[in-house]
Design a protein around this ligand. Structure first.
Ligand code: MOS
Length: 737
C-alpha cells in the first residue's frame, strides 16, 4: 500500500498542495492580512548611528501628528516583566533588549515605535522622531576585524594533523563568503491583540508557533496557554522565522500601550537588519592525501561575524566531521563581533558555508592528484558509519546520489583538464560537490477529528513555510488509514492545535510524520473500542490489525462480516466528533544509529571570457532524503534550495559601508538573487529509499541538503571551464575576469 513499499507511479501527474488553491486565489491569509476590529498601525524608528548611547530622544513632534495614538521609547514604555532588570534580560536570552536600553549596537536598531490610526500617519510621525547620541567607535568590516579574534577548538580532535606534513599532495587555502540575507517573499509581520490583561492573541509570521508562545509567556510572565499564535500561511522563511525578533515584542508592547490591536509589518529594507542573516565568514582549509588519493586529514579553521550584543557561532566546521573519513582532523572556530544585528540560521546554516570550503579544496586536490573528482570522493566517503560518533548509519546513500548525478549530467563529457571545452567566447566546464546534514527528529504531536461520514481533519501546530508539510501529512494519513485524500483535511500553524517543533533544520516532516502515524493508531484503537460494543472481535485488537476505509472499520485477520460502517458505529454509540491526539518522537534508535541526509550536486557552466558572465547551463541535484512522501513538494524544496545555491555562488552579498557603519543596498535593486533568467530548470532526483529507523514513514529531512554543496559545484565548474580557482563568494564577473 502506497509509499511504504511501492515506487512512484511516474505516469500520474504530481498532486498539488493541500493549501495550493487558497494560496493562489488569495483566500489563504498571511500574518499581516487578517482583518481585526479596531486595528491600528505601528512603525519602527531606527537609530541613525551604529554604536553609542542615546542621550535624548525627541518624540514631541511625532505625538502632535493627527491620528497618533502613542510612542514607545526606552524612556516611555509598557512594562515587560521578563526585561525588568539586567539579570532578567540575560535570562530571557531574547537577544536585543529592544526599548530596554539606551545603548545602540547597530544602525537601524529600533529606538522608538510610533502607533497611529493609519499606516500613513504612523509612517509620517515616525519620520519626525529624532535623537541625540554619544557615538562610540564602530566597525562593520568583517574581514578587517577577523584578525583580532583568536580561534578556539571546535569539537574533538581526531588523530594528529601533523600527519598532513607528510602528505604526498596537499592544499592550503582560504575562503571568504559575504553575508547573505534570507529575504523570504513575505515580510515579517505581527498583529498583536491583548484580549484580556493576561491573554494575548498574535497573528505572526514565524517558523514555529509554540516557540513564539513560549518566548512571550516568559517575557510577559503569563501562562503559555494564554497566548494564541496563528501562522496558518507562511510565505517562506529560510531560517528567519526560527527566532522571535524585536519587532514582534515591539508590536505586543504597542498593543499594551494603546489597548488596541496593533499591526507591525517590517519594510523590505528593515528585513535586512531585523530578522537575522547568514553571517560573513572566513575559512582556512589544509587538506592532504596520499598519492593514491586516500585522505590523510584536514585542518579546518573558521570565523563568522556576529553582533556585539550576542554571540552567534554558525557551526561552520560541523560538516567537516560528517562526510569523509578523516583519520586526522582538527577544527577551530571563532566569532567576530561587529556593529550589525545578530545573524542567525539561514538555508543550510553552517554546513553550507563549511562545505563550500571543503568541497572546493577537494576539487582542487583532485587536479593535483590527477584523479577524477567523483572517484576521489568515492574513495573517501564515510559510508559505513558516522566518522565522529562511530555509530553505523541507519541509511546513507550518498554514493548513489553521486552515481546518479554523474549519469544525469553525463559527467563523462567533462574534460579532465581545465579550459579544454570552448565554444566561441564561452568556456564550458563541469563541476560537482556533495553535501550532508544530520537528520534530526523532534517530539511532535498531532490530532485527528473524525466525523460520521468518515472524513477526518488532521491537526498540528507546526507551520508549513512552503515545504509541503500539509500535503505530506495528508499523504501519510491517507496511506495509514486508507481514507481518500478528498476526505482528509489538514489544519496547521495554530498554537491551539497539538504542539510541534518549529519547522527548521530539515526536521519538520521527520518529526510530524511520526505524530500523524501515532494519531492514526490512536484513532484506530478508539474506533475499535466503540466497535467492540457491537462485535466482540474488536476487543483488545492491536492498531496494526485494524483496517479503515472511507466507509467503515474492519479487521485485517477476520472476514468481511465483521465490517462496521461509520454510520452505524456513530448511531449505536451516539458519537459526535471523535477526537484523538498522540505524540511521537525519537527514541532508542538514536543510540544505535547515526542519521544523515545527503546530496550530490552537478553543474555545467558556460563562462564568457569577455564579460566574465557565468551562465549555469545545467544543475542536477540528487538527494537521499529517505522515503519521499510528496514528490512534488520534495522536488520544489530541492530546486528552491539549488536556486539559493546559485545565489550564494554568484550573486548574494550583503554589502556594508565601513565609514558609515551601515549596510548598503537594502532592497531588491541592491541585493541580487537569481531570477528565472539566472537559473536553468533544476534537475532534481531522489534515491527514495526509506530509512527504516528514523521514524515510521522512513523520511529523512530535505531542504538543507539542497544547498549544501551547490555553491562548490558551481565554483568547481567555473574552474574546470576557465582554470580560475575562485574561493570568495559571490563569484561576480569581476572576479571571473
Ligand atoms: Mo532553516 S535555516 O532550517 O529554516
Amino acid at each position: 500500500m502506497g509509499f511504504f513499499d511501492e515506487p512512484f507511479d511516474l505516469m500520474t501527474p504530481p498532486e498539488g498542495r493541500v493549501e495550493g488553491v487558497a494560496k493562489v486565489t488569495g483566500s489563504g491569509k498571511y500574518a499581516a492580512e487578517y482583518k481585526v476590529n479596531g486595528l491600528c498601525h505601528a512603525v519602527l524608528v531606527g537609530s541613525t548611528i551604529a554604536a553609542g548611547t542615546i542621550l535624548n530622544i525627541n518624540t514631541s513632534n511625532a505625538k502632535q501628528v493627527a491620528g497618533v495614538l502613542g510612542v514607545i521609547t526606552h524612556l516611555e514604555k509598557p512594562v515587560v516583566p521578563g526585561m525588568a532588570d539586567e539579570e532578567k534580560i540575560k535570562e530571557a536570552r531574547f537577544g536585543l533588549p529592544v526599548f530596554h536600553t539606551d545603548k545602540v549596537y547597530f544602525k537601524g536598531q529600533p529606538i522608538a515605535l510610533v502607533i497611529a490610526e493609519t499606516l500613513e500617519d504612523a509612517t509620517y510621525a515616525a519620520s519626525l522622531v529624532s535623537a541625540e547620541y554619544r557615538e562610540d567607535a564602530k566597525t562593520v568590516d568583517f574581514n578587517g576585524t577577523l584578525g583580532f579574534v583568536s580561534l578556539t577548538p571546535a569539537g574533538k580532535d581526531r588523530g594528529d594533523i601533523t600527519a598532513l606534513n607528510s602528505a604526498a599532495h596537499s592544499i592550503e587555502a582560504e575562503y571568504n563568503i559575504k553575508a547573505e540575507v534570507h529575504n523570504p517573499m513575505e515580510m515579517h509581520a505581527t498583529i498583536a491583540e491583548w484580549t484580556a490583561d493576561d491573554k494575548l492573541k498574535l497573528f505572526d509570521k514565524n517558523q514555529g508557533v509554540n516557540n513564539v508562545q513560549r518566548t512571550f509567556a516568559k517575557l510577559f510572565n503569563i501562562p503559555v496557554n494564554h497566548i494564541e499564535v496563528i501562522s496558518e500561511f507562511v510565505g517562506g522563511g529560510f531560517g528567519s522565522g526560527l527566532r522571535v525578533w524585536p519587532h514582534a515584542l515591539a508590536c505586543i508592547m504597542a498593543a499594551k500601550l494603546v489597548k488596541r490591536p496593533v499591526k507591525l509589518m517590517l519594510t523590505r529594507p528593515q528585513m535586512f537588519y531585523s530578522v537575522g542573516y547568514r553571517p560573513a565568514s572566513w575559512q582556512k582549509i589544509k587538506l592532504g592525501a596520499n598519492a593514491d588519493g586516500k585522505f590523510i586529514g584536514i585542518h579546518h579553521q573558521a570565523k563568522n561575524g556576529t553582533s556585539v550584543y550576542e554571540n552567534f557561532n554558525e557551526g561552520i566546521t560541523r560538516v567537516t566531521r560528517l562526510i569523509y573519513n578523516f583519520d586526522n582532523l582538527k577544527a577551530e572556530a571563532a566569532t567576530v563581533p561587529l556593529n550589525l544585528s545578530t545573524p542567525t540560521w539561514m538555508r543550510g546554516p553552517g554546513d553550507c558555508t563549511g562545505d563550500f570550503a571543503i568541497e572546493s579544496a577537494i576539487d582542487e586536490l583532485s587536479y593535483k592528484l590527477n584523479i577524477d573528482p567523483v572517484a576521489l570522493r568515492m574513495k573517501n566517503l564515510a559510508l559505513e558509519k558516522n566518522p565522529e560518533t562511530g555509530l553505523p548509519w541507519s541509511t546513507n546513500y550518498i554514493n548513489e546520489c553521486i552515481e546518479k548525478g554523474a549519469q544525469m549530467i553525463s559527467w563523462k563529457d567533462r574534460k579532465a583538464a581545465h579550459s579544454q571545452n570552448i565554444e566561441g567566447d564561452w568556456n564550458i566546464g563541469y563541476g560537482m560537490a556533495v553535501g550532508a546534514w544530520n537528520a534530526g527528529r523532534g517530539n511532535a504531536s498531532a490530532g485527528i477529528q473524525m466525523q460520521k461520514d468518515g472524513s477526518i481533519t488532521v491537526q498540528t501546530a507546526m507551520t508549513d513555510i512552503g515545504t509541503g508539510t500539509g500535503i505530506s501529512m495528508q499523504n501519510i494519513a491517507h496511506e495509514t488509514t486508507g481514507i481518500s485524500k478528498s476526505k482528509i483535511k489538514i489544519e496547521l500553524g495554530n498554537s491551539n492545535l497539538p504542539p510541534a517543533p518549529s519547522q527548521g533544520g530539515s526536521n519538520g516532516l521527520s518529526s510530524i510524520g511520526g505524530a500523524v502515524v501515532a494519531a492514526v493508531n490512536a484513532l484506530k484503537l478508539k474506533l475499535a473500542e466503540h466497535a467492540a460494543l457491537q462485535n466482540e472481535a474488536y476487543k483488545n485488537v492491536a492498531a496494526a490489525d485494524i483496517l479503515l476505509s472511507d466507509k467503515g472499520i474492519s479487521l485485517k485477520t477476520a472476514n468481511s462480516q465483521f465490517f462496521i460502517s461509520y454510520a452505524s458505529l456513530w448511531e449505536k454509540n451516539k458519537l459526535g466528533i471523535l477526537e484523538v491526539e498522540a505524540s511521537s518522537g525519537p527514541g532508542a534508535e538514536r543510540q544505535k544509529y547515526a542519521f544523515c541526509s545527503s546530496a550530490a550536486h552537478f553543474c555545467k557552466v558556460r563562462v564568457n571570457r569577455k564579460t566574465g558572465k557565468v551562465k549555469i547551463e545545467r544543475l542536477v541535484t540528487v538527494s537521499d532524503g529517505g522515503k519521499i512522501i510528496s514528490e512534488k513538494a520534495a522536488a520544489n524544496q530541492m530546486s528552491g534550495a539549488a536556486v539559493g545555491g546559485i545565489g550564494m555562488a554568484l550573486m548574494e552579498e550583503q554589502a556594508t559601508d565601513e565609514r558609515l557603519g551601515t549596510l548598503v543596498g537594502n532592497d531588491f535593486a541592491g541585493y541580487h538573487f537569481p531570477v528565472n533568467a539566472d537559473a536553468p530548470i533544476i534537475e532534481v532526483a531522489f534515491i527514495n529509499k526509506p530509512d527504516p529507523n528514523i521514524n515510521p514513514q522512513g523520511s529523512k529531512g530535505l531542504g538543507e541538503v539542497g544547498i549544501i554543496g551547490t555553491a562548490a559545484a558551481i565554483a568547481n565548474a567555473i574552474y574546470n571551464a576557465t582554470g580560475k580557482r575562485l574561493r570568495d563568494l559571490p563569484i561576480t564577473p569581476d572576479k571571473v575576469l
